[in-house]
Design a protein around this ligand. Structure first.
Ligand SMILES: [Zn+2]
Length: 271
């Protein structure tokens, strides 16, 4: 796996500009989870936060028998779900995750088995959030995945350290952090999901952010690309390869196809 040597301060809307690489390094204490092998630490030289957000061109394709809440604003998009332009002071105006428009109170599902590492209340633009960590064994992907769910209605009952299974309900959708400014008093009820690829299970929770070594933000649709060896591999996909069949959870909790390790973050209704 090709990995740059850097630390990204992983926070969804704000954040990066607030931390210099040196600060990120000094705050990263190598707190280690106990869930697997720890990659030997590489040199800290040349650390720099790097986000590299750009559209992946991947398209989530859902099975004909399932009605799934689709992406309203894809990763790397310069516009919101309503077509308005995103503010340029965040990630260069490009979307750092995917938005799925949802009625408030819609159950959100773990994209894969994993462990809760953080949950809490962020401010404007963040809202109530939940971070999960997923091992390569749990996803079948060749890197650790950190997923962040945002704008939840309530603080999740799940606590850091608890494990979840693929498709398990981990919280309810909401609009926290979206009320005011662009979305006005009504806010925008939706799930914002951000995913990061990391080479090890080491991380540090800093407020509503998580700091991890050699962290790389990526389009969550990448999760569903079969046989992926490397995040960069999606850049080499073309044509039909960009259409990615997405396994899903039905409202009854059943996973389709059965045993799929990675699923859509919201249940689909069987037609
Ligand atoms: Zn978003």
């Amino acid at each position: 796996m090709k990995i740059g040597c850097f630390i990204a301060v992983v926070s969804v809307f704000l954040g990066l500009a607030a931390f210099s690489p040196a600060e990120a390094r000094s705050h990263f204490m190598g707190k280690k989870g106990d869930r697997g092998e720890q990659e030997q630490g590489k040199s800290d030289a040349g650390l720099e936060p790097r986000m590299r957000i750009r559209p992946s061109g991947l398209v989530a394709v859902f099975p004909a028998e399932a009605a799934c809440p689709d992406i309203a604003s894809p990763f790397g998009s310069s516009t919101r779900y309503d077509g308005s332009r995103r503010p340029s002071d965040r990630y260069g105006g490009l979307h750092g995750g995917i938005d799925i428009s949802l009625e408030e109170g819609t159950p959100l599902r773990a994209i894969a088995a994993g462990q809760v590492i953080s949950a809490g209340t962020g401010g404007l633009a963040r809202g109530i959030y939940l971070w999960l960590q997923h091992s390569p064994q749990e996803t079948g992907l060749p890197f650790w995945v950190y997923s962040k769910y945002q704008h939840l209605r309530d603080i999740p009952e799940l606590k850091a350290g608890e494990t979840v299974t693929a498709g398990q309900i981990v919280g309810l959708s909401g609009k926290t952090g979206t009320v005011g400014r662009h979305y006005g008093p009504a806010g925008y009820p939706h799930l914002h999901l951000t995913t990061f690829a990391v080479s090890s299970d080491r991380y540090e929770v800093r407020g509503s952010s998580v700091v991890a070594p050699m962290s790389r933000i990526f389009d969550p649709v990448t999760l569903y690309v079969k046989g992926l060896r490397d995040v960069d591999e999606i850049e080499r996909l073309s044509g039909d390869q960009k259409n990615v069949p997405v396994p899903y959870v039905a409202e009854d909790g059943s996973v389709h196809p059965a045993g799929a390790p990675v699923v859509w973050p919201v249940a689909c209704r069987r037609r």
